[in-house]
Structures are given as C-alpha cells and as structure tokens.
Design a protein around this ligand. Sequence first.
Ligand code: MG
Length: 160
Amino acid sequence: MELRVGIGYDAHRLAAGRRLVLGGVDIPHERGLLGHSDADVLAHAITDAILGARALGDIGHYFPPCDERWKDAASLDLLRRVLALPELAGWQVVNVDSVVVAERPRLSPHVAEMTRRLSAVLGCPAECVSIKATTNEGMGPEGQGEGITARAVVLLKKET
Ligand code: MG
C-alpha cells in the first residue's frame, strides 16, 4: 500500500452581505466569507491538503479566480472535481484532521453536519473526518473578526 500525507491552509475575509459557508453548511451569521467561490475556507484547506498529498499544486491552479465558471461555486463541488482528477484515480482518503479558527459565530452546533457533508464527498466514514473549531482568544485577524482561517491534514492511500 502507498501512503501520502498533505497539508492545507486557507484564509478568507469576513464581509457584510455574504453567506457564511463552512464544510458545505450554510451558517447563520451577520457576515460571510468573501471570495470568488462561496469562500468555504474549510473545504479549500481540505482540497489543498489532498492536492498536496500528491504534489498536484493548489486549488487556485485548478479553479482560478479570474475564471467566471467558478464564480459563487459551491466549494464541495470543487472538492468533488479535484477527487475526480485522473492523478487521484485509485487514491482513497484514509482520514482528515482539520481546525477552523473563528472568533464568531460558535461553530460547534454545526460540526456534525459539516462532518456528514464532507465525509459524503470524501468517500470515507464520518469517524475519519475530524473538524475542530477554536477561537483565537481575541488575538490577530481571526480574533479581531477580520476573517476565518482553516488548516487541514489529509492521509491518502492506494492499494498496490
Ligand atoms: Mg480559499
């Protein structure tokens, strides 16, 4: 069996008049994340971790912000498209661990649904998808409510 590990990081600004989508779940909040797609920072970090595991570049390479096709795109759909790349044929997600850093809103009530949606797209059991949410204790851009960031680590396997 071949194994590969990948890391992903993403950050988006919070802005008025935008939806807040994390892990494919619409979360009620007075501001949302700004971006060309739905700016789902968690889905982007996981997508980059998967690409990284196979040294396939990053999400911006496949879905450039200058391309109108991806305007307001659902990031879970972008993740689905990455998993369908020929370079990832035969590769399976073993597990994902992730952290979302947001001062507000409280994310814990939404983690179960985020896990359910991500595991459905990733094709692995929910128990293999870990989503942790933390504040930044008021420090830095996340703490000041300027934006939300996410980190993810992914393990891929391929039976040989
Ligand atoms: Mg992004």
